[in-house]
Design a protein around this ligand. Structure first.
Ligand code: SF4
Length: 270
């Protein structure tokens, strides 16, 4: 119950931030799916939503609301072979099965679904599995994953098992290239359902690709990071990818600034 109340309170706060930014006086029926917030230069206007779409989305069943909200935000639409609405993460994993909805299936060792607490208050979302993840079947287990684990365990003083970790696409892109738009489109219903099932109180988007994909924007990650947004009504903080930090350790302080904002929002002492 406390989890639900906290989530509702933050959804209302995100909504209020969006209203303040957009200058909206009337109260729309639905919450924004993706809304720029707290950007000091107003540079994130391209991710603002159409209130008319939010109103129509609010009248739909929750599963359809997710699809409408994502569509309104410019996110990829549902694939031609839709996934049934799952009741648990295990159900969802079962429905994904030996998925071959996009060409990434041809190069993978295995699907890397996600790992962690199915009722986590905090979710990390990266781009896609790399070589180590593809081999082990778990996200963020290579050197970048070890750094993410340090951020969670040494920085936030949480256990890795306390949070939920997944990626935008569940299969390794060849040569670690970025996923193509049609691959993101095919896989995005899985991520949306993961978020809907876990119901995190906050999401951290790790790196440029995840942040720009979830927010449907081309705004550079250095301008996105450090600012709160919302995805599917959940507060979202973009930050730098751990793999980038391995190459640019001097920017760890920027990630720590972002993580401290997340900790503050979750009521965790830093
Ligand atoms: S990336 Fe996603 S949609 Fe494509 S084959 Fe893997 S699980 Fe299916």
């Amino acid at each position: 119950m406390d989890h639900e109340i906290r989530k509702l309170a933050w959804q209302l706060a995100a909504h209020a931030e969006w209203q303040a930014m957009s200058g909206t006086r009337a109260i729309p029926v639905g919450l924004p799916a993706i809304a720029g917030a707290a950007s000091p230069d107003g540079s994130l206007a391209e991710v603002a939503l159409d209130p008319a779409t939010m109103r129509s989305a609010a009248a739909l069943p929750s599963s359809e609301r997710l699809a409408v909200a994502a569509s309104a935000a410019g996110a990829p639409s549902a694939p031609s072979e839709p996934v049934a609405s799952s009741r648990t993460l295990d159900d969802l994993r079962g429905e994904i099965g030996d998925c071959r909805r996009c060409r990434l299936a041809g190069g993978r060792t295995q699907i890397v679904f996600g790992v962690g607490n199915p009722r986590a208050r905090l979710m990390f979302v990266g781009e896609g599995p790399g070589r180590d993840e593809d081999l082990k079947g778990e996200p963020f287990v290579g050197r970048a994953g070890m750094l993410l684990t340090d951020i969670i365990e040494k920085g936030m003083r949480l256990s890795r098992a306390d949070v939920y970790i997944c990626n935008v696409v569940k299969c390794r892109p060849p040569d670690n290239r970025n996923p193509e738009p049609d691959e993101v489109e095919a896989c995005s219903p899985f991520l949306r359902q993961q978020i809907a099932l876990v119901k995190p109180e906050a999401i951290v988007a790790l790196g440029k690709f995840a942040a720009q994909t979830l927010l449907a924007t081309k705004t550079p990650i250095m301008r996105l990071r450090g600012n709160w947004f919302a995805y599917e009504g959940v507060p979202l903080m973009p930050t730098l990818h751990p793999a980038y930090l391995l190459r640019n350790p001097g920017d760890k302080k920027l990630v720590w600034q972002d993580i401290k904002q997340v900790m503050s929002r979750l009521g965790l002492a830093s």
